[in-house]
Write a protein that binds this ligand. Sequence first.
Ligand code: GTR
Length: 667
Amino acid sequence: MTMKRFLTVITLALLGAFSLAAQRDTLRLLCIGNSFSEDAVEHHLHELAEADGRVYIVGNMYIGGCSLERHWKNAQSGEAAYRYRKVGADGRMQELRNQPLSMALADESWDVVTLQQASGFSGLPDSYEPFLGALVRYLRGQLRPETELMWHQTWAYAENAVHASFVRYGNSQRKMYDAIMAASRSACEKYGMKVIPCGTAIQNLRSSYDRQNANRDGYHLNLTVGRFTAAATFYEALSGRDVRGNGYRPAHLPEFRRSVALAAAHEACQSPFADTNLSKLGFDVLPPNYDESKVPAYTLPDPLVFNDGTPVRGKADWAERRRAELLSLFTEQMFGKAPGKPDGMHFKLLYTDPDALGGLAIRKEVRVFFTKSEKRDFMTLLLYLPKNVKGGAPVFLGMNFKGNWGVNADPAITMPKDWKRYGCVENRERGAASSRWPLETIIKRGYGVVTFYRGDVDPDFDDGFKNGLQHLGYAKGQEYPKPDEWGTISAWAWAMRRALDYLETDPDVNARRVAAFGHSRLGKTALWAGAQDERFAMVISNESGCGGAALSRRRVGETIDTICKHFPHWFCANFFQYMNHEDALPIDQHELLALVAPRPLYVASAEGDRWSDPRGEELSLQEARKVYALWGKKAAKKTAYHCRAGKHDVTPEDWAHYLDFADKYLK
Ligand code: GTR
């Protein structure tokens, strides 16, 4: 026997021994479910077990929205109506279509089989019977006596869900949750089943800083923290092990989110029918500080000093080298890299109405397709332009929160055909945000408005970047942005630049007179777009706050920690390292403002918007003016600030200031 052969034999013998050992730690789970079991068990569960040295074989008999009634009918008729999905011992998922229930029951010697009710009925005990009783009897007849039947408790819908069944619970998450608890408890008691308390785990999650991210469409779980929480609940309920000690780290779930999900799951297993307030267990953000005397001492990084410590001597130094240094820092540490102009991008004019707003303006809509294909990746620009402007009109380009149809009540503005594209609840009301867009006033002053909906580019919720345009920047095989690649704000800012690409082709617009405008999160976006792209002739930040105009080091109102915990999708993952470590940031927000220099820049705050730290926004602009000074004393005049009375909003008063400012520098 040669040496090599001998080694092979030994290895095989060892492998055999290991796999026997492994078999003892194998658990075979079958869910008779629907998309809620898909959310809970098809991802992460196998990996959680693996990290504990165990093998979980996970089957899911899937029919979308399937109720107990239908499962029972299928059991009786033998209808081959299921997709049988199975994560094998190797962790790989396979799917067989058109299978009957009996096929899956016989496929493995299952240790655990779970039942669940369709989500809309899950809190209605009358809908369970006689089907649950019949299914239990049927399964006990089919399965080995050792097989344990367990109840998969599903979760209540998001507060803002538009699911048709939500009315059964008065559109109240709390009512739905309580109803699910009562129904699942009595089902478990009646049939001696243990519960897998995913409903409570998700409710627990909703009491933490990650509260906005449990769902992706109002009822299904979001692809990151939501699904992970449910899988962790299954794991602890099945294994009896405290899942908080589990070593599995899902891609793209930073530690602060992983730990809250594990706590939500663990607490649910401790108390399956009553939710636990995780914010009381420390899973919340710190209360905001509004007291000037408690602002920590800080030193701002100096925009006029190069990274290597040498001074910036004049505007040539700034323009040729320092600007690039700062842009890279903001790109890599905060917003994330975005790709360039996409090759296949093209534009389509949907229509032109020469007599909009009672004859005052031209209205048109233009679709910007980001690729050659016209299926998925596009945004729709809505343009209101003054008539007969020689050389094209100067315009305010800004994204909107509530859809183009929310900007004005005009019934001719296109409504989307596919609402699903936007995730859960979208504002479907015409003109809902019209007070923020005083179109007549703007047009009468000689300016146009160009706007598009944030959801077209990247719906504003965390979903592992599966719901936005980020995939356009992926290399082959890439699934998530890298830690220095674009988050949502960067994607939005990229789309602002693509909108400007279109405007360069439109003779009704003067593309050299475009102001990037935005409110709040979209103000952060306008600043980032304007900082990067010098084609924007002016930048206006309306109450952009943390991550926008406000200095991070002051930690007044919203902080980096808070913003990342509430909106983990806005920035690139590198930014998380500065949560509660503002002093380690190589930049601060005055440098973002400075990147607009020497172009005109307007920063606005509101007294009642303390969350955005008005004082921090003003100080930031004062600091940025030191960079404007490179262009001479007068250059700083091209920056302006106001803080009006009132709350967080865009008002006619704000617009009056912007229009006066534009009269000076945009016309
Ligand atoms: C808040 C967020 C702010 C601001 C605001 C908005 O909830 O904390 O950073 O962006 O939303 O966009 O309206």
